[in-house]
Ligand binder design. Structure first.
Ligand code: PLP
Length: 389
């Protein structure tokens, strides 16, 4: 058998490696605390689960779904965007349900990228932007997200020749892994840049609902002219603790939505309709769970930020997202420091360079670990800071 070059050359998906390490430690009987993966530990809200149970029994939901989703779901998505962001969408032309936003992000590359085309990708960033580009035969040009620029890309640093070859720019605010947020003025600058070079913008807004201290992150589509050049990916995963159910959406520019729909219509056969019913319930029902969950995350954030600072790490208090992004102490690489924490205190964090070369020097902690494990992890970190050399 000869596996394709594109697969043979791939390193394992970063989290596959971390999961393997965790399992190995646990098999040795070690009590491992992991802050590695952003996967909400809190269950899906009860009223959303109730709608799944009812929908599962309906024979209409046992058959192939339509590739572009139930019209009721597209309308629910448009309604939610209107209430939440004040953005009006045509549910039949500007909304496309997805099997989780990761699916749409990866498939978007096939809609946009031909061999040799360039995608502008944030570094560090969610791995699917770069990998989707690579699968489609394109080239990634990394836009470094630097602390001194508040983890926003510097468009003036992109060489003119690269910008001319670029077809797509990926953006993601609230950002993973850096937890940075963006203002509408930044999105408007991105739109002007995209218009100048004829680039499509794909904004990943997976974390708009996970925010703290009363903050309300915005949609890219609130920016002037955004819909002329771009789409936004969103997801029920982090907003409604529905990672396991796999449902998200792309919204915005009609031509881009249509191109992604074409790709998907040949690859998948839509989203399980009972899960579409859950999404409708989540989007149209009470939104209280979001606030409740954010309170839980905020408390964990505060506990961990304090413990990390006690260990000599430089950390900004995140305003949004499920992550804490911390600079490792001098003398360590990110991987060395992460390895030290696993070996000394069985605490797992993700080395920042897993998300791209500019993540070197940082570690990422996810706050999706249950409260008592967060408290125990923080206790171990503080204890370690007193003894470790
Ligand atoms: C979690 C996450 C997603 C994907 O979520 P889905 O579960 O596939 O909807 C997309 N982007 C970022 C940055 C994420 O962290």
């Amino acid at each position: 058998m000869r596996i394709s070059q594109r697969i043979e050359k791939l390193p394992p998906y970063p989290f596959v490696e971390i999961t393997r390490k965790i399992n190995q430690k646990r098999a040795e009987g070690v009590d491992v605390i992991t802050f590695a993966i952003g996967d909400p530990d809190i269950p899906t809200p009860k009223h959303v689960m109730d709608s799944l149970h009812a929908a599962a029994d309906e024979p209409a939901n046992h058959r192939y779904p339509e590739s572009d989703g139930l019209p009721e779901l597209r309308r629910a998505i448009a309604g939610w965007y209107q209430r939440r962001f004040g953005v009006d969408l045509d549910p039949d032309k500007e909304v496309l349900p997805l099997i989780g936003s990761k699916e749409g992000i990866a498939n978007m590359a096939f809609a946009m990228i031909d061999a040799g085309d360039v995608a502008l990708v944030p570094d560090p960033g969610y791995p699917a932007y770069h990998m989707g580009t690579m699968f489609a035969g394109g080239e990634t040009h990394y836009m470094p997200l630097l602390q001194e620029n508040n983890f926003l890309p510097d468009f003036s640093a992109i060489p003119d020749g690269v910008a001319r070859r670029a077809k797509v720019m990926w953006l993601n605010y609230p950002n993973a892994p850096t937890a940075a947020v963006a203002e509408v003025s930044f999105f408007e600058e991105a739109v002007r840049y995209a218009k100048k070079y004829d680039i499509a913008i794909c904004h990943d807004n997976a974390y708009s609902e996970v925010a703290f201290d009363g903050d309300r992150p915005i949609s890219f589509l609130e920016a002037e002219g955004a819909r002329d050049v771009g789409i936004e990916f969103h997801s029920l995963s982090k907003s409604f603790n529905m990672t396991g159910w796999r449902i998200g959406m792309a919204v915005g520019n009609e031509a881009l939505i249509n191109a992604l729909f074409k790709v998907k219509s040949y690859i998948d056969s839509g989203i399980n309709q009972a899960i579409q019913r859950m999404a409708i319930t989540a989007l149209e029902g009470p939104q209280d769970a979001i606030e409740e969950h954010n309170k839980i995350y905020q408390r964990r954030r505060d506990i961990l930020v304090e413990a990390l600072r006690a260990c000599g790490l430089r950390v900004e208090v995140p305003k949004a997202s499920l992550y804490i992004w911390a600079s490792v102490p001098a003398g360590y690489t990110a991987a060395e420091f992460a390895a030290r924490l696993i070996d000394d205190i069985a605490v797992v964090v993700t080395p920042g360079n897993n998300f791209g070369p500019s993540g070197e020097g940082f570690i990422r902690l996810s706050i999706t670990t249950p409260d008592e494990r967060v408290e125990e992890g923080a206790r171990r970190l503080v204890e370690w800071s007193k003894t470790a050399k």
